[in-house]
Design a protein around this ligand. Structure first.
Ligand code: ANZ
Ligand code: ZN
Length: 794
């Protein structure tokens, strides 16, 4: 324990117990005249190592927000739970050789204890855990609603497969082409998987961003991920009479097309008119080994020319060669492109490598030129700028019926199958006669069978396939023998709707009642990791939009506002990680400095959205500050506030209020410190000043503040105390701080009464003892900058 510190251990335990006993943070689904406020923090997945100080940062921030809004008299929903299904929980179980069911329960205990030690004001009655049947019953039920609406289908897809983790990975789960979890190589594998039609919500997901208050950078990342491109599909006639359809955003560059490229997976590669089949097939096999990421990065262009076949440019009738190359993706547009090497870098590299023609069609800089300019060598488009030329080209394409205007999205459908044990069973049954059928409502949840052999298999089949008693069932339609789906849902399933369950977590008849959904409506403020901006946040928005379209929730957008935190790094600035053994546990910090010091330090460490390195010496400073607050009770005097106290407290209330609204948590802490400094030279402090100070400090150091509040003789708790208001009248002191400079050098500082005339200010400055020592020789002039400084030139 830090030397001479106040008895934080005793105090913190005492107040945590009391909040618990009095059920202080329990919230009802009705307002009693209060305004509702729903603040949400991303729930953690329970890994084996427990929480680290990085988690404590966003949780503390949202706890201060919740406590602040409660004090403002609002009905605050601030829930917590665990995202307990998924790869993390499962990997931990595999590593420790224990069943995931067992480790998850153990880890849950640790998380709950740690969250309580941090003094967070969660409504524990609403605690949820996504791996509990009473929760995932509704995840399964919702999946079935998706299926019935035609939004869930079985796709036969090439997927990224990590042989080490034995797991299918989405592109988002790759890091530079390697598995984000184990860093190992990823191969391509064909699998039949459940997929959600997320792509069909591209436009809705884009449009919705116009109606939410997320930060611009979060919106930009989401737009980017959805990747909308407006362009045209154009048919090129081939030498064998067939058509090759391309997608282009630059129909205006048609006269610059000197070759075509198709993806290795494109159907045209099967054409009998190709005379070099062997070379083409060899290239296809090589390309199949690469991940999409590796292909997108595409450091070196490669490809094979299709012999025996060519295309005709529909604008100028020229014959042009066709290549296959892996820089064109089958999953985007039509899987074929018209190459314009003069104005597209990838095409330029390819053309240079294969010695192909390069025709400039836009006036401007050195080739490849991707900038703007007037069109040249472009027939009817000569002289036009980009937009006019695109419009003119598309008009021609449409009127000649060789293509049409098209919109493409980069975002893909959501791969919704995992061949893993620890997840929600996909509630589907396959019948030879009736095909895929959903499990009837009255048979939900489909409980994850309790099997010992839960390890992932080498062949990529789900371990559930081994639970034959469970797999064999009957068809819900015809009653004949049928088999259950053995894939489970992905990590992101349970978190896609958990914010709805918090509204009515114990409901067994519905995922949440209409009343609860209507009452809480949107999440007012949602805080979470930057790494979830494109995955979780898009999945959850998509899921909610589908529920909205099904008439199941009242708002199309689930989150009104969203912001993100920076990471806490180790003292040396590196990432905290188990392998580096540099993780700081909140348990240790709480033991040494107390929860309130930890909380304030977490908020003070840096602007909330920025990364920050942990520093034990800085937390000592924070703990000293709280000690000073604790000691102040000895100075309390029951009298009216003096001028200084009035100014300091009114200014601090104003600053803290404004900074809380703006989620500028670190500057809130500096406001507290300044406030305390303003009265630190006084022997005695007015009780009213201290009471107000405790009230506004309460969201950050709730244990200490409650204790001192009680010591001041109050019977109520600060939890429910009203947030103090400030009075504008006292914001300005009637004294102003002036800096005194001699020949431009800072020499002293003095307080001068407001509204004094220049002569009097000069007199006071010259009379200042500290400054006068530096006045040697004659005074040439005195310059006064109003309310700021006095410069004496000698
Ligand atoms: C001709 C052209 C000329 C193009 C030019 C670009 C610049 P975004 O904006 O990302 O949608 N493309 C189309 N389908 C592709 C695929 N499956 N794989 C790889 N590239 C593909 O990009 C659209 C452009 O990317 C399209 O417009 C096409 O090249 C290429 F000066 O057509 B463009
Ligand atoms: Zn059947």
């Amino acid at each position: 324990m830090a030397e001479n510190s106040y008895p934080f251990k005793e105090i913190e335990k005492k107040w945590q117990k009391r909040w618990d006993e009095k059920n202080c943070f329990k919230v009802d689904n009705e307002s009693n005249g209060k305004k509702k406020f729903y603040c949400l923090i991303e729930f953690p997945f329970p890994s084996g190592s427990g929480l680290h100080v990085g988690h404590a940062r966003p949780y503390t921030a949202m706890d201060t927000v919740a406590r602040y809004h409660r004090m403002k008299g609002e009905n605050v929903l601030f829930p917590i739970g665990l995202d307990s299904f998924g790869a993390q929980a499962e990997q931990y179980a595999i590593k420790t050789g224990q069943h995931p069911k067992v480790t998850t329960e153990l880890n849950t205990e640790t998380y709950v204890r740690q969250l309580k030690d941090l003094g967070f004001s969660f409504d524990w009655d609403r605690f949820i855990s996504t791996s509990r049947p009473e929760y995932y019953k509704w995840t399964q039920w919702m999946f079935i609603q998706f299926f019935k609406k035609g939004l869930a289908y079985k796709s036969q897809d090439t997927i990224n497969w990590c042989p080490a983790c034995k797991m299918a990975l989405t592109n988002e789960e790759l890091e530079q082409g390697k598995c984000e979890r184990c860093g190992g190589d990823v191969i391509q594998k064909v699998k039949s998987q459940w997929t959600l039609k997320m792509k069909s919500y591209s436009e809705d997901l884009l449009e919705g961003l116009d109606h939410v208050g997320y930060s611009e950078n979060i919106k930009a990342q989401q737009r980017n991920w959805i990747g909308k491109s407006v362009g045209a599909e154009v048919d090129f006639t081939l030498s064998n009479g067939e058509k090759l359809k391309v997608f282009t955003t630059r129909a205006d560059t048609m006269y610059g097309v000197t070759f075509m490229v198709i993806a290795p997976e494109h159907n045209l590669t099967l054409s009998k008119d190709i005379s070099n089949k062997d070379a083409v097939d060899a290239y296809k096999i090589a390309a199949n080994k690469k991940t999409e990421m590796a292909r997108l990065e595409n450091k070196e262009k490669s490809g094979v020319k299709l012999e025996g076949i060519y295309a005709v440019n529909p604008f100028d009738g020229k014959q042009i060669p066709i290549f296959i190359s892996d820089y064109v993706m089958m999953g985007y547009g039509t899987g074929a492109i018209m190459a314009v090497p003069a104005h597209d870098t990838r095409d330029f590299e390819f053309a240079s490598m294969f010695g192909l023609d390069i025709t400039r069609v836009i006036d401007g800089g050195e080739l490849p030129y991707e900038g703007d300019g007037r069109h040249v060598n472009s027939g009817f488009m000569d002289g036009m700028d980009k937009d006019d030329a695109i419009n003119a080209a598309i008009t021609k394409v449409e009127s000649e019926k060789i293509g049409k205007k098209t919109i493409n999205y980069k975002m893909k459908d959501w791969l919704f199958s995992r061949q893993r044990y620890w997840g929600e069973p996909v509630p589907m049954v396959f019948c030879e006669c009736c095909g895929w059928q959903s499990v009837p409502d009255n048979q939900l949840p489909v409980v994850l069978p309790d099997i010992d052999d839960y390890l992932p298999t080498d062949d990529g089949e789900s371990p559930l396939a081994k639970a034959t008693d469970w797999v064999n069932t009957t068809c819900p339609v015809c009653g004949k023998a049928a088999k259950r789906e053995t894939d489970t849902m992905p990590n992101w399933a349970g978190s896609s709707w958990y914010f709805l369950r918090y509204m009515d977590p114990k409901n067994n008849d519905e995922f949440a009642s209409k009343d609860a959904l209507n009452y809480w409506g949107q999440v007012d403020l949602y805080e979470g990791g930057q790494e979830h901006t494109t995955r979780h946040l898009l999945y959850a928005r998509f899921w909610n939009q589908v529920l909205f379209d099904l008439g199941l929730v009242p708002n199309k957008e689930p989150f009104k506002n969203r912001f993100s935190h920076g990471l806490i790094l180790a003292e040396d600035g590196s990432k905290m990680s188990k392998s580096k053994n540099n993780i700081v546990s909140p348990d240790d910090v709480i033991n040494e400095f107390g929860t309130d010091s930890l909380r304030i330090y977490e908020m003070f460490i840096a602007p909330f959205s920025e990364d920050a390195a942990w520093s034990t010496s800085s937390i000592i400073g924070v703990s000293r500050f709280l000690n000073r607050v604790y000691k102040m009770i000895e100075k309390i005097e029951d009298r009216e506030m003096n001028k200084e106290e009035k100014v300091a407290i009114n200014k601090t209330i104003k600053d803290v209020t404004e900074r809380m609204e703006a989620t500028k948590f670190n500057t809130v802490v500096s406001a507290y410190m300044e406030c305390l400094n303003a009265v630190s030279s006084q022997d005695k402090v007015a009780k009213e000043f201290f009471e107000k100070f405790l009230a506004i400090l309460n969201p950050y150091a709730p244990h200490l503040c409650e204790e001192l509040w009680e010591k001041l003789g109050h019977n109520d708790m600060l939890v429910f105390h009203q947030w103090p208001e400030y009075n504008e009248k006292f914001l300005m002191s009637d004294e102003i701080n002036f800096i005194i400079q001699i020949n431009g050098k800072l020499r002293s500082e003095i307080k001068i009464k407001k509204d004094l005339g220049e002569d009097e200010i000069k007199k006071l400055a010259l009379a200042d003892e500290k400054a006068s020592k530096f006045i040697v020789g004659d005074i040439k002039k005195i310059i006064i900058v109003p309310n700021k400084l006095i410069n004496i030139v000698v």
